[in-house]
Design a protein around this ligand. Structure first.
Ligand SMILES: Nc1nc2c(ncn2[C@@H]2O[C@H](COP(=O)(O)OP(=O)(O)OP(=O)(O)O)[C@@H](O)[C@H]2O)c(=O)[nH]1
Ligand SMILES: [Mg+2]
Length: 449
């Protein structure tokens, strides 16, 4: 049974003057393993076929690969390793980009999430290596790095490399970024700065971030003896607070765990900490997906209601009315769209920054075919110029200068990856040949300031 009073902590690597906290800093329901398992078993992603991509990063040897093995073990009900781990004191053991899916026990299906292991940042790296690492992590977040790519610390993955995914789909992009930190060691300033840079990129891309502190069993003698003592360990609380202040990740989103790294059997308390972290990761990732969906949902709802013939009086009363839809994270506008109704129909203005991926909605009548084989996408750089065809009958026109960055989504939206200033202009999703070619979706570039 948990001994409430035996929680004095001595850091095993660094002697500590800290002792125990009179009140727990963490509230953990130790008897609640089954409801967390049930939550994960019943978890439904936003859209059918969608998988939440959990992208792991952090310093070498922090326990990223071990966390993947720990999650797999808890969900399989027995200790099973799927990701190779670093047992020797070797810097950056994992070198390949690998996505791990976890099979549901006694079923053919998989859990609707993917754990994405990456190469870590070696402490003591040069500024150049740190910059390459940040660039690669941004590419991984955007879904541009294919599985099995071997990271090169000296040089970021180039767009011409076969492992560069030019048109990532929704499942290739990261939905949540998890920074894995070793609770036993102090973080160097250069590592903290690199973590901050990666976090800034994630924020720009609208990807939420959390952190996991591993090795809590070794961080403190009392947690080594009894893992439940984590709740009153001053040393661990101080480290979490310190990391929160330096990285900007809120304390609530930093989870303390112990991995399965050499054990043969599961331990319920260890399971509860791992499940606690995983459940919150899924909730936060899913919530952010819902926000994104809400940010684009009004576009479809507005267009559908207004193009409906029975809505004409309503439509007329809305002429010359302007609407703005913004996707805001952390008080900053990430994507902004303006809608205005005119006699020719609804015009949508979408604002993005260079390097973003843009999704241009296709305003199709509800009666049109469910496939995109009747859909053309036209592009006009400016008023009065002839439109050029980017998509013909649902297929990207290969002679287009943008072809490598274009794709057509299931709902016939046009996806433009890694947008540049040359992509700005008016677009039209034309149903069947011969419909109007006047642009109704305008892609605008925000300055990078
Ligand atoms: N005591 C303890 N040791 C752990 C824990 N998690 C991982 N380890 C140890 O740390 C070593 C490194 O773990 P990995 O999972 O390989 O770390 P990594 O972050 O994937 O490392 P790289 O692949 O080099 O980036 C493991 O072999 C274990 O010995 C933990 O929770 N507690
Ligand atoms: Mg690893």
């Amino acid at each position: 049974m948990f001994n409430r009073f035996a929680v004095g902590c001595q850091a095993s690597k660094r002697p500590s003057q800290h002792s125990y906290l009179p009140k727990p800093w963490l509230q953990i329901d130790w008897g609640d393993k089954s409801s967390k398992l049930e939550f994960l078993k019943g978890f439904q992603p936003q859209a059918e076929g969608q998988q939440l991509r959990i992208l792991l990063h952090g310093p070498s040897g922090a326990g990223k690969s071990s966390f993947i093995n720990s999650v797999n073990s808890v969900l399989q009900g027995k200790v099973i390793r799927i990701a190779p781990v670093n047992n020797a004191a070797q810097a950056s053991f994992t070198k390949k980009n690998t996505s791990y899916r976890i099979k549901k026990p006694n079923e053919e299906s998989f859990y609707p999430f993917v754990l994405n292991d990456t190469m870590s940042l070696k402490t003591n790296s040069s500024r150049r290596v740190r910059r390459v690492h940040v660039k690669d992590m941004k590419k991984a977040m955007k879904g541009h790095i294919k599985d099995d790519y071997t990271f090169n610390p000296e040089c970021s993955l180039s767009k011409s490399d076969g492992y560069y995914n030019t048109s990532p789909n929704a499942n290739d992009k990261a939905h949540i970024l998890v920074c894995v930190i070793d609770a036993t060691s102090e973080l160097r300033n250069d590592v903290i700065e690199t973590i901050q840079d990666i976090r800034d990129d994630a924020t720009d891309l609208g990807i939420p971030q959390v952190a996991i502190f591993t090795k809590i069993d070794e961080a403190c003698a009392k947690t080594k003896k009894e893992i439940r003592n984590v709740c009153r360990s001053k040393l661990l609380h101080d480290r979490v607070q310190d990391f929160s202040e330096k990285s900007g990740i809120p304390e609530n989103d930093i989870f303390t765990i112990k991995n399965y790294y050499m054990e043969k059997d599961l331990d319920t308390n260890v399971d509860v900490l791992i499940l606690n972290a995983l459940k919150r990761i899924m909730e936060i990732g899913n919530e952010s997906q819902q926000k994104l969906k809400r940010a684009v949902a009004p576009v479809e709802e507005f267009i559908i209601s207004i193009t409906d013939q029975e809505m004409m009086p309503f439509y007329l009363s809305f002429i010359n009315t302007k609407y703005t839809c913004q996707f805001v994270t952390e008080n900053s506008v990430k994507v902004e769209a303006h809608y205005s109704a005119g006699f020719k129909g609804i015009r949508v203005h979408i604002y993005h920054r260079a390097g973003d991926d843009a999704v241009l909605p296709c305003n199709r009548p509800s009666s049109s075919s469910s496939s995109c084989s009747t859909v053309n996408w036209l592009y006009r750089i400016a008023e009065g110029l002839n439109p050029q065809q980017e998509v013909q009958r649902g297929n990207v026109v290969q002679s287009s200068s943008k072809a490598a960055r274009l794709s057509v989504d299931n709902d016939c939206s046009l996806i433009i990856n890694n947008i540049t200033a040359e992509d700005a202009g008016g677009y039209r999703c034309q149903i069947e040949d011969g419909g109007s070619s006047d642009p109704d979706v305008y892609l605008n570039l925000l300055s990078s300031e």
